[in-house]
Design a protein around this ligand. Structure first.
Ligand SMILES: *[C@@H]1O[C@H](CO)[C@@H](O)[C@H](O)[C@H]1NC(C)=O
Ligand SMILES: *[C@@H]1O[C@H](CO)[C@@H](O)[C@H](O)[C@H]1NC(C)=O
Ligand SMILES: *[C@@H]1O[C@H](CO)[C@@H](O)[C@H](O)[C@H]1NC(C)=O
Length: 434
């Protein structure tokens, strides 16, 4: 009985999100790896054989995603972004790879990725050319969808360079239809709302959710804290426009995790991970999976934080509190299963030295339960204490950093205990510590 109710809640949290692209995919935010942020359009394999966009790169990264433990914690899709294709279609009008860099063809590469237990993604563009100038899918969408299905593609990232924005409301759904007609479930990642925004067109997120499994809202992310902050602030500003459209089957996409590269400090990396988790964002890394600093790797592979992101309710978190006295302090919350539980992220955007001392109550965040809450720090899974809704919670937050918590209603009876044990992996209090 409980289970039935739970499933209904999961499927129909809001009437709105019952309508989504019906391909059975992305029931939780997609997780994976993508070339773009780190490897860009590096096509010079003579000068840079280890980092150029090639079969070698994708195979090596797939190997490391498995051997370095990323696959075990959920990272699954390995996607090649722009610059994989030849400058011309083949004589039958089909897209073809650059055979110098992909000598065994894409089907062979996709088989390799699958043999590792991973899924394989590819990139195309809705316009006449891709952003880097390779053949676009305009007038070829049906054939391209079939080509991708024949190659065993599991995810398509569909860009919007060199297209007329007026064609988007027909074009993106047309590709969704052609993908569907192949009979192969292919996760569909669109850039539709980003190009709308860029062209000053208001997005119809009902239509976007009906069409895509994830959709990019803002500029490409860059390897810097400034860029990560810019994306967060865009999500703050546009919250009302698109937050409620996220849910099982379709997600707002603030773009890749830049953790494990060059631009972020340890605290900034934890901040991006916590924020992407609470925003129920796709977790798509773009890094050299064979060479990641241990601290960055431990952030990317933190099971407690990933569990917040992958929570089956699939609700995108929201900004609940901006403390006036310290303007750059944001407190975000995200409802979790079991019902009545929340993830909380205290984000300190100050750059001045020293920790910020932050006090708040769960009441301040609209979190109530007469039984009170067990609160844990999320990254380490450390039990912090038992709090009633009006007890003051005190924490210290590093500059450009976060304090992340999970609050779960105190348990009162056996049936609740059994219920919660199913979600043990997110229930992180350490035994004997109080
Ligand atoms: C295609 O769409 C139909 C109807 O929406 C759906 O039932 C089916 O699962 C879809 N198939 C694929 C492969 O996405
Ligand atoms: C890919 O092609 C290579 C070279 O032809 C071959 O040795 C290998 O078995 C193929 N891999 C798969 C997974 O088909
Ligand atoms: C938005 O898209 C939905 C679904 O396609 C459609 O029913 C609705 O009329 C559209 N709304 C606007 C304002 O165009």
């Amino acid at each position: 009985m409980h289970f039935l109710l739970l499933n209904l809640t999961v499927l129909c949290w809001l009437v709105k999100i019952c309508n989504s692209l019906d391909n059975g995919l992305a029931l939780t935010p997609p997780m994976g790896w993508l070339t773009w942020q780190r490897f860009r359009c590096n096509i010079d394999c003579k000068i840079d054989p280890e980092n150029c966009i090639s079969e070698h790169l994708i195979k090596r990264q797939s190997d490391c995603l498995v051997s370095e433990g990323y696959h075990d914690v959920g990272y699954e899709y390995v996607t090649i972004d722009d610059c994989w294709s030849d400058t011309e279609r083949d004589k039958n009008g089909r897209l073809q790879p650059n055979y110098d860099r992909f000598p065994n063809g894409i089907k062979n590469l996709s088989d390799y990725v699958h043999s590792k237990g991973l899924k394989f993604g590819i990139y195309a563009d809705f316009g006449s050319k891709t952003c880097a100038g390779y053949p676009g899918s305009e007038y070829h969408m049906k054939l391209d969808a079939q080509t991708f299905a024949d190659w065993g593609v599991d995810l398509l990232k569909f860009d919007g360079c060199n297209s007329d924005i007026k064609d988007a409301p027909k074009g993106y759904p047309a590709m969704a239809k052609y993908l569907n007609m192949t009979g192969r479930p292919i996760l569909y990642s669109c850039e539709w709302p980003f190009y709308n925004w860029k062209n000053g067109v208001k997005s119809n997120f009902t239509a976007i959710r009906n069409t895509c499994n994830m959709w990019r809202n803002h500029w490409d992310i860059q390897d810097s804290w400034q860029s990560v902050k810019g994306v967060i602030q865009y999500f703050v500003k546009s919250d009302k426009q698109f937050r409620s459209f996220a849910g099982p089957g379709g997600w707002n996409d603030p773009d890749m995790l830049v953790i494990g590269n060059y631009g972020l400090s340890y605290d900034e990396e934890r901040a991006q991970m916590a924020m992407w988790a609470i925003l129920a964002s796709p977790l798509i890394m773009s890094l050299d999976a064979c060479n990641v600093r241990p601290l960055s790797k431990s952030i990317l592979q933190n099971k407690n934080v990933i569990a917040v992101n992958q929570d089956k309710l699939g609700i995108q978190g929201s900004l609940k509190l901006v403390q006036e006295s310290v303007y750059k302090l944001q407190i975000w919350t995200k409802p979790l299963l079991p019902k009545g539980s929340y993830a909380i992220v205290v984000l300190n955007l100050h750059q001045g030295g020293g920790q910020l001392h932050v006090n708040f109550t769960l009441n301040d965040l609209d979190i109530y339960d007469s039984k009170g809450f067990n609160v844990s720090e999320t990254f380490e899974g450390r039990h912090i204490g038992f709090y009633k809704s009006n007890d003051v919670i005190k924490c210290r937050v590093n500059p450009s950093g976060v304090f992340m918590m999970t609050a779960r209603p105190a348990i009162t009876n056996d049936s609740n205990l059994r219920f919660i044990s199913k979600y043990k992996h997110t229930y992180v209090g350490k035994k004997g510590e109080k």
